[in-house]
Design a protein around this ligand. Sequence first.
Ligand code: PTT
Ligand code: SF4
Length: 625
Amino acid sequence: MIRVILDYGKDFAMNGWTGQFLRVNLTTKTYKKEPFSEEFARKWIGGRGFAAKILFDELAPGIDPLGPDNKFIVALGPIAGIPAPNTGKAVVAGKSPSTGGYGDGNLGTRVAEQLRKAGYDVLIVEGRAAAPTMLYIEDDKVEFLPAEAVWGKGTYETNDWIYAKYGKGVGVLNIGQAGENLIRYAVVRSLEGRAGGRTGMGAVMGSKLLKAVVVKGTRPIPQADPAGMKKVGYDDLREVNRIDKKTGWSIQSTNGVLAWCNEVAALPVRNFRKTHHPDAWKCDGERLNNARIATYGCPNCTMRCGITIRDEEGRESELDYENVGLLGPNLEIFDLPPIGSLNYMCDDYGVDTMSGGCVLSFYADAVDHGAAPGDLRFGDSAGFKKLLTSIALRQGEIGDLLAEGSLRAARKFGHGSVDYAMQVKGLEVAAYNCKFIPGMALAFGVSPIGAHHKESWVITFELKQSVRESYGPEKAKKVIELQRIRGGLFESIVACRFPWIENGWSLENYPKYFKLVSGLDWTLDDFWTVADRVYAMIKLFWLREYPGADRKQDYPPAVWFDPTNVDTEGPIAGKHLEYDKYDVLLQHYYDLRGYDRRGIPTRATLERLGLAEEGRAAERFGSLT
Ligand code: PTT
Ligand code: SF4
């Protein structure tokens, strides 16, 4: 067992943080409040920073992510829950059942505000309950309540059951059947339309028999200048709303990008084998807006990007670009209602739409290539619905196997199918087809949680700057710049990044909010240092879990390098990624980050980031240079 390096428990009276963890053990039905130190807060800020450090310190290497030794963490940051632009977000984290490495996700939820009002920045859930349980937290009170009534039920019914008991003001995290059945890419759900933790955090909850977490808080969140923060916060919420009306971003929301991806040959079509399709317009942002029946958003948000439509069965289904791209064109389904149905099913079962979409497309591709048994064909929406149900409920041999994710299934199917399992480190890729987009392929390769666009959405830089062909260091530099902002600042301070991405909301606003709540006068550079520390910390976590792994772990799917898999027409006809060039690009990234040739932070880098002790703890699993 690795020892806990940092003593969290020192006297702590600092604004910006409540200064307390709530640690709950489901096995023993006990809980305790634990103060953490000012040093800890400054070093890790919150959210992902807190989660990565706690998991590194407290998890023994090699534990089963679906066993009682894993921990389910809900981590908030200094501006989470404060009325200011887009702060209704929370990080959920644990050792990932999909990847076996560090895993987290970020979802909109009232838990952000309620947990902090209850007096905690972090909830750490340990052990395993003896029976299905709902955790109820209200300030100092923690209750372990029976949840048999909703075990086996979907997330919508579970949410309604919780609201009927406590009203709609409480913070809720819950899982559906996918989490209960330990589907390795089960998500955590909140607010009916929100989902997070696509690295399998829903399965971590399920493995603990934890059906739901409900939180209510009644205390003020500590702030250095509450009156100043209130004024700035409300003024800025109005301003973000005004800008949004001007840019019109939320008219098509994230799905506004679909038409562009189709145009530039970056859309996933037919398990990423094709990059564009003449029917893609049928499910683009304009069509989504035309089909809109309602709009939803996270707490403290004036950009509200959740667009719902009626699905084939007449249910209300909320669609984002990822959901449309991966459950639509990727399966060669182009009409919104059947895409909406698959999406609704994912939401209700609590399956990640992104990994789910990639697993469905992988299976159809494997059948197509004679690697897997069955007769499922691309475009068969009824067949995909049936398969999705069998995955979420682990019915039958194929459903049970696909519940393990595309990489594990491909290893079982064999026949070279690993090459077209669209994943990195076991996490399926987001809806950007990088057949010939080297920088975005790198962003997937070096994302600290497996293939996710959340860390570095470099695709717009490389395509809009017309540097698509380049494998130069400027791309590695841009990937790091975006990682610092997206995976560093926003995941640690804990706020939605959309005001910055979509509406040009200045990053300088975040040190401003940080100062108002904490009293600390930080520059963005101070945040970049913490971001680099958090990325290096996560790398050490991976080193412990995969001691022998090398830079190949940071390679994107092989099919993007395959000269027999090129487009025959369109903007990238005949093009594909090249291994030797990708490897050079990867090395640029490692050099700029201060990592060695295996992608491990060097001793000097760890020293510079204040991680020498963590480096020593990880070293027995793999030498440092
Ligand atoms: C995120 C991932 C995304 S990213 C999408 S659509 W996207 C998918 N949404 C799913 C869903 O819906 N249902 C479901 N069953 N599975 C789903 N899986 C997928 O999950 C999300 C928004 C979006 S919409 C994005 S980009 C931004 N993501 C942010 C982020 O990661 N960090 C941050 N600080 N701000 C962000 N703002 C935006 O939030 P994961 P949400 Mg999600 C229904 O968490 O694990 O990272 O997966 O949180 O509240 O639903 O908002 O085009
Ligand atoms: Fe939530 Fe969208 Fe608002 Fe971000 S922009 S806080 S994801 S509703």
